[in-house]
Ligand binder design. Structure first.
Ligand code: C5P
Length: 301
């Protein structure tokens, strides 16, 4: 995330993520699944501005960025009421745990679609923890923020780090990965998917695949190795919930990407392209199919 400290507020650019790899290892007694996933940030951002106030109330104003409403509304998803927004919950929890007597005016401008498998809400939550830690002068360490983040959601600790990472446990155990430089096209179709519903339908792999093959493919830059090592074990349960996943798989195959798959629990699908020109060409083809919100971008090392 990019953090800017202005005179009266802290501004954070909170990126989306893609799961280049996601294997389900086991179902846990607490209802979560033990996973191994390789996550990377991409150049699609929500903008959060945090202003500390003397009164203890926390106020959140959350809206879609101008130009993203209108014809793309279906493909952006829903915004929850302020007090159910994870940004509000995260600020509230940090305020309680730190005993901070101050409040905040938070403005969140969203570009990352929701129910999309792109981690928008988790990234926003990580952004508000970092902003509040600065604006409320709490001086919490990164490790302490990470523990609070893990209580709020499995993907949030990833966004407190930088670059790409292999995440294990329920997703909250982070191991840094080397930089990844890929050109990608992401499509969020007109329907979203609920993470719990997708996980509920998934089956742990009988012979789990390891992430190492993809890591070595990414290091060597061999398209063939990368293509054969992409995995998302949630793609099958997601495609049982909506025909859009099968449709997107077909559209990406036709559009001529190097490789393609679902991100996280969906509903977004992404394709890897050779370079920026290739990504623009693929994005143009997919836009003409009217299959949702199409973004051509890169991973952020
Ligand atoms: O942790 P988070 O709130 O993001 O998880 C949302 C839901 O996704 C969980 O309640 C659970 O149903 C499912 N989940 C899971 N295994 C994971 C992560 C999430 O089953 N590793």
């Amino acid at each position: 995330m990019l953090v800017r400290i202005a005179a009266d507020r802290v501004e954070v650019q909170a990126p989306a993520k893609l799961n280049l790899f996601l294997e389900i290892l086991a179902k846990r007694p607490d209802g979560y699944h033990e996973i191994e996933t390789l996550m990377t940030r991409i150049g699609l951002y929500d903008s959060l501005a945090f202003r500390a106030t003397q009164s203890p109330e926390i106020q959140l104003d959350c809206r879609w960025a101008a130009g993203q409403r209108g014809h793309q509304q279906d493909s952006l998803g829903d915004l929850p009421p302020s007090e159910q927004n994870i940004v509000f919950k995260a600020a509230n929890l940090l305020q309680q745990r730190s005993g901070c007597g101050r409040g905040a005016e938070i403005c969140l401008v969203k570009r990352i679609p929701s129910a999309a498998g792109l981690g928008g809400a988790s990234s926003d939550a990580a952004a508000v923890l970092v902003a509040a830690n600065i604006a409320w002068e709490l001086n919490w360490s990164r490790e302490r923020l990470m523990r609070l983040a893990a209580e709020l959601g499995s993907d949030i600790p990833f966004f407190l780090g930088s670059g790409s990472a292999v995440c294990r446990g329920r997703g909250e155990q982070i191991e840094k990965n080397g930089p990844i430089h890929l050109h990608v096209v992401v499509v969020r179709p007109p329907v979203g998917l609920s993470t719990p519903e997708v996980y509920q339908r998934c089956r742990p792999a009988s012979t789990p695949i390891g992430v190492q093959k993809l890591q070595s493919g990414l290091r060597s830059g061999s398209w063939k190795d990368i293509k054969s090592a992409l995995v998302n074990r949630l793609e099958e349960p997601a495609s049982q919930l909506t025909p859009w996943i099968g449709r997107l798989r077909q559209e990406f195959e036709n559009a001529g990407c190097i490789a393609q798959q679902l991100s996280g629990s969906g509903s977004s699908y992404f394709g890897i392209c050779e370079n920026a020109r290739h990504a623009r060409r693929v994005a143009g083809r997919l836009r003409s199919k009217r299959i949702g919100m199409v973004t051509a971008t890169t991973t952020i090392g």
